[in-house]
Design a protein around this ligand. Structure first.
Ligand SMILES: [Fe+2]
Length: 323
């Protein structure tokens, strides 16, 4: 049997650390339990990024989240990248390192996007084999995140929760479970988000992501801009009721708001988490049949376009240049 969360700590509720908030976060040190940084923004070392990383490390526990491994792509993981990631993990003391179930390019070309994978047994074997080797190479627990997606493959024969669960078990790695991505993917592909949450291996979840998205009526785009919507909060509580207490992080990358708004979102996560943990303790649920029906209804796409405003989005938010 797997130890819950692979024996990794519950860090509480944190936020993704983004450039527009650096000055105030470092000066005021608001009560955040931990921060997450995008590994690639800092792992080359030196300059202003290093200075800001040091300030973050002085202030909070920090977890490292990567966006460019492309573990399911045609090419093997880059050995130089992994060596740098290992050093970065050692320097920051991150309790785990995460990336995504995706591919990002081929033949040396990097598309700077998290492209979905076909859910096949062959890919399960390939990704699991690589994930195990990545975990060895970085000398630290490794976790992979379910992505949001906008296309599926005819060759897929597994459900997404089977695909990611089987890889996590085979490779003995953790899952970074992005609950908003579950909703976005469910909406775009007609999947039941409740079943997704119920069927994923809960003992493997080492961290949870929450974010807002943009609803265009016929489809949803994972913009990380705006508040977490109520059906996603319900899915989050259901996850916590099934998994127990898990480190939870708010991601906000587009239309980044004032710090107070981000902190309030983290506090909302804390209260939703407490509510779910209380229900779990009492052997009851905070997500009753009506709430489940409401989530399923919300995840059903409309038939006409809505006037959502597209702002563009870069994973991990605005970046600073190394000097
Ligand atoms: Fe995420």
């Amino acid at each position: 049997m797997t130890r819950p969360r692979l024996g990794l700590p519950d860090l509480g509720v944190g936020v993704g650390l983004r450039v527009p908030h650096y000055r105030r976060v470092f000066a005021e040190r608001p009560p955040i339990d931990f921060v997450e940084v995008i590994s690639e923004n800092f792992m080359l070392g030196g300059g202003r990024p290093r200075h800001h990383l040091d300030r973050a490390l002085e202030s909070y526990p920090l977890v490292a989240h990567g966006v460019s491994l492309g573990i399911g792509g045609p090419d093997e993981p880059d050995a130089t990248y992994l060596a740098r990631l290992r050093d970065f993990a050692a320097n920051t003391g991150t309790p785990w390192v995460s990336d995504h179930f995706c591919w990002c390019g081929a033949g040396g070309a990097h598309l700077h996007d998290l492209l979905p994978l076909p859910f096949t047994p062959e890919l399960v074997r390939r990704v699991a084999d690589r994930a195990r080797r990545v975990q060895d190479a970085i000398d630290r627990p490794f976790a992979l995140e379910n992505t949001s997606s906008y296309l599926t493959y005819r060759s897929s024969v597994l459900a997404e929760w089977e695909f990611i669960g089987e890889i996590a078990e085979r490779a003995n790695i953790g899952l970074l479970f992005d609950v908003n991505n579950v909703f976005v993917t469910a909406y775009n592909h007609g999947i039941d988000p409740i079943e997704f949450v119920r069927r994923v291996p809960h003992d493997r979840i080492v961290q949870i992501h929450l974010a807002g998205h943009t609803n265009f009526g016929t489809h949803v785009i994972d913009t990380h801009g705006g508040h977490v919507i109520d059906p996603v909060w319900a899915l989050y509580r259901l996850t916590i009721e099934l998994a127990g207490s898990v480190s939870t992080l708010i991601e906000w990358d587009d239309d980044i708001p004032e710090l107070e708004v981000l902190l309030a979102e983290a506090e909302r996560a804390r209260s939703e988490r407490d509510r779910a943990l209380a229900a779990r303790q009492a052997g009851s649920t905070s997500v009753d049949d009506r709430a489940i029906a409401a989530v399923r209804e919300a995840a059903r796409p409309g038939t006409s376009e809505r006037d959502a405003v597209w702002h563009g989005w870069v994973q991990g938010g605005p970046r600073e240049a190394a000097e």
